[in-house]
Design a protein around this ligand. Structure first.
Ligand code: NAD
Length: 277
């Protein structure tokens, strides 16, 4: 098989948690580009319908599945696995992508006080339950199907903040007292570092069962953030800019396909060089 053919994932069924979100839809495009079938799981019905409509407009020949479900709910995930296997008889991949994603940069408004000293325990529990427990549950349920099949791939979405600590200076605004300044929440760091541990655990646990697991650490994606924030962040990135939302698709397809067949337990950093500094 030639090298380019190894990137093909024709007919492979790949689940994306948080699939209706900003990057979830981009992951789905990468899967469709490779000939695969993306299965979007999300808690938002409206976003799921919109994502499916947009994807099918772009890929009229493609197949896109959507399911409204909460990834923390093991029973719901088990039912979903039965439904997907009933329809396709296999599950070939899982992207653990869902996370609470509070926007604290630029023009973010109406954020509760999430500074470290008073970070609410309820928020800690909720963030962890989506970002880590959700990834655990989905890996248990869908990963077990793949282990039985003796083939599959799990791709966990971490972040550059799974490697380095947030530089809180880039979220600061002139004229606010220190205690009023926005910060990246502590849960983001904990979850994104934790995802790397989960990946290495699964990679070694299922290595003999043909299930590979890797982490992708993307850096911030340009999404109309204001100029002040863009200047501060770009200054921390050797390439001098945020990512375009399409710039992870090549890596996603590589990690989902047989092109990465000898890769497991790896932490793949795609960040314009930010974590080198
Ligand atoms: N956007 C970035 O710049 C960036 C950078 C680095 C890493 N990441 C990571 O990439 C992933 C996706 O980011 P995004 O920007 O697309 O975020 P997003 O908020 O647009 O999407 C997350 C999706 O997850 C869904 N979700 C939340 N809780 C859920 C649950 N319990 N069950 C099912 N679905 C649930 C939300 O409805 C949403 O559609 C996240 O893990 C994020 O931390 C994003």
């Amino acid at each position: 098989m030639n090298t380019i053919d190894k990137f093909e994932i024709k007919g492979r069924v790949i689940i994306i948690t948080g699939g209706a979100g900003f990057l979830g839809k981009k992951h789905a495009e990468a899967i469709l580009d490779g000939g695969g079938i993306p299965v979007l799981i999300d808690i938002s019905n409206e976003s799921l319908d919109r994502a499916k409509e947009e994807l099918l407009k772009e890929y009229p020949e493609g197949i896109v599945e959507i399911y409204k479900a909460d990834i923390k709910d093991r029973h719901a995930m088990e039912q979903l696995a039965v439904e997907i296997c009933g329809k396709y008889s296999h599950i070939d991949g899982l992207i653990n992508n869902a996370a609470n994603n509070p926007k604290v940069e630029g023009d973010a408004k109406n954020m509760k006080n999430i500074r470290f000293e008073d970070f609410p325990i309820e928020m800690w529990m909720d963030d962890i339950s989506v970002g880590l427990t959700g990834a655990l549950v989905c890996s248990q349920v869908f990963g077990s199907v793949m282990a039985k099949q003796k083939k599959g791939v799990i791709l966990n979405i971490s972040s550059d903040l799974g490697i380095i600590a947030p530089d809180q200076r880039i979220y600061q605004k002139d004229g606010l007292k220190e205690e009023e300044q926005m910060v990246k929440p502590v849960t983001y760091s904990v979850i994104k570092h934790g995802i790397l541990g989960l990946t290495k655990y699964i990679a070694t646990y299922w290595a003999q069962k043909g299930v590979r697991a890797n982490s992708l650490c993307p850096a911030g994606v340009f999404n109309n953030q204001n100029d002040d924030f863009l200047d501060k962040l770009s200054n921390l990135i050797p390439m001098g800019r945020m990512a375009d939302s399409d710039e992870y698709k090549g890596t996603i397809l590589y990690l989902l396909s047989d092109a990465s067949s000898y890769m497991t337990g790896a932490t793949v950093i795609v960040d314009g060089g930010r974590t080198c500094w």
